[in-house]
Design a binder for this molecule. Structure first.
Ligand code: GLC
Ligand code: CA
Length: 505
């Protein structure tokens, strides 16, 4: 929420909504970057890691927010962006001043290739070459994202020290942990070899994906950096590290670190990335569970500020199923603001585009503005988000899809989320219980849980005939489950059903 009428959400706004977050049942809040930034990538281009951008508030307001959050028994996680700074960060300004600058090696510099072009074929996530020409010093610098986001050279021990100090600065202030931006990107090939072509590339995909990321992403040395970050976290009591890592689950596991001394939660994005088909999701749950090392704690993410919302991917009915899945699977669930009221992606007219990704690579549906529109609090003007003009357009469904309205409606998705979170708190089986899948058909996922969960499901959702018939066919197969009750989530295209089947008298 925007507390000062400039149309942009801020710390004061979050503070005013803590009652709501507490009611919903949120345990920990992660806020995207709030540090001083020229906002080329909306805060992911940081020019000072140890201050607050005036757009969002002051350090004093941050401390007050942290106190309030802790006072309510909740936790606060900050976004830590170690891979790159802003090109206006004093470190980079120094680095680019001359080839002999003290901090030249804090970033990644290369001579042009013999033909005068970029040193190799590496691409930037947000379009074009990952190399930007620096005329003054006659070299290229590497940027995995925008040219305004030069990559730090994490092989340099001075960079390591300076960046680990940033963690301590915020940990000393009392933050409970960090979501680490693009953790898998931190180290690059020392020989700067060309990335090979991606055989799975298809037109319509982001041009970045035309190449594999063999020499730019997920190098083994990244794990040394992750371990360093974890060691800093361990200097404090009860803090945590979440890694934003887009990798196949097989490669994700390494980010838990050797014997679990890495990230506490390497984000598991399967529910965001996979087609919304029960068979695929069920297989993914099984695969993930099978891969988890004994010391690893699972996690599931349903939405974030970079990817299309669940309602837009799967429809409003399936968004309810998704909520049930997210909040009944074992492990830590992560939700994205607005998903709990069923917000959908908001179409953005070309002249309203803010996201540099959409500006650089237009028309492929990669832009992230549609998922970043104002939270819909109520049916008043600007949905109660701002008294001014919001920085992105408001969804046109805000008169009905809003917190105030959906709180009143007993069976709304918002109340479903609220009750699911309560249930999850009450039922340890949902966090630490066993998981067993029972194959019953193409459109079903069956979770074996216990009595009370089943009761909850039958109270929450009135079973229809479809549910009754799957109950019958499932009862026999579910016997192998060995738990008291079995919950069934139907993900059929045409209907939404749930059922609970007793497997023991
Ligand atoms: C991460 C962030 C994204 C940002 C990018 C560059 O993927 O989630 O929003 O643009 O990193 O920092
Ligand atoms: Ca504001």
């Amino acid at each position: 929420m925007d507390s000062n009428g400039d149309g942009i959400g801020d710390l004061g706004g979050i503070r005013r909504k803590l009652d709501y977050l507490q009611w919903l049942g949120v345990d920990a809040i992660w806020i995207s970057p709030i540090y001083p930034s020229p906002m080329a990538d909306f805060g992911y281009d940081i020019s000072n890691y140890t201050d607050i951008d005036p757009i969002f508030g002051t350090v004093a307001e941050f401390d007050a927010l942290l106190d309030d959050v802790h006072g309510r028994g909740m936790k606060l996680l900050l976004d830590y962006v170690p891979n790159h700074t802003s090109d206006r960060h004093p470190w980079f300004i120094d680095a680019r001043a001359s080839r002999s600058s003290q901090r030249r090696d804090w970033y990644i510099w290369r001579d042009p290739d013999p033909g005068g072009g970029p040193p190799n074929n590496w691409r930037a996530n947000f379009g074009g070459s990952a190399w930007a020409w620096d005329k003054k010093t006659g070299q290229y610098y590497y940027h995995a994202f925008l040219r305004e986001q030069p990559d730090l050279n994490w092989r340099n021990p001075q960079v390591q020290r300076a960046m680990l100090e940033v963690l301590r600065f915020w940990l000393d202030r009392g933050v409970d942990g960090f979501r680490v931006d693009v953790m898998h990107h931190l180290v690059k090939d020392t020989e700067f070899r060309d990335n090979p072509p991606n055989p799975d590339f298809r037109s319509g995909m982001s041009p970045y994906r035309e190449l594999l990321t063999t020499y730019t992403v997920d190098l083994p040395e990244v794990q040394e950096i992750v371990a360093m970050m974890r060691a800093v976290i361990e200097e404090y009591d009860d803090r945590m590290l979440v890694g934003e890592i887009y990798l196949p689950v097989e490669r994700l596991m390494a980010y838990y670190g050797a014997s679990g001394r890495g990230a506490h939660l390497p984000f598991n994005f399967q529910l965001i990335l996979l087609p919304w088909k029960a068979k695929e999701i069920a297989a993914a749950v099984g695969r993930y569970e099978a891969l988890l090392p004994s010391y690893a704690w699972p996690n599931w993410v349903l939405g974030n500020h970079d990817k299309p919302r669940i309602v837009s991917r799967a429809g409003a009915a399936q968004a309810r199923i998704a909520a049930m899945l997210l909040l009944t699977l074992r492990g830590t669930p992560t939700m994205y603001y607005g998903d709990e009221i069923g917000m959908r992606d908001v179409p953005i007219a070309p002249d309203q585009v803010q996201d540099p990704f959409e500006k650089n690579v237009p028309g492929l549906g990669l832009g992230r503005d549609p998922v970043r529109t104002p939270m819909q609090w109520s049916d008043v003007e600007s949905a109660g988000f701002t008294s001014g003009t919001s920085w992105l357009p408001l969804a046109d469904d805000f008169k009905t899809i809003n917190v105030a309205n959906l709180m009143q409606e007993r069976s709304s998705i918002l109340n479903l989320y609220h009750r699911l979170i309560q249930l999850r708190r009450k039922e340890p089986a949902l966090s630490v219980g066993d998981y067993a899948a029972v194959p019953v058909g193409n459109d079903l996922i069956v979770l074996c849980e216990n009595q009370r969960i089943a009761d909850f499901w039958s109270r929450s959702i009135s079973p229809d005939n479809h549910a009754a018939s799957i109950s019958a066919s499932c009862r026999r197969r579910a016997l192998s489950c060995g738990s008291q009750r079995t919950s069934i989530v139907s993900m059929s295209e045409s209907r939404t059903s749930f059922s609970c089947v007793p497997t023991k008298a």
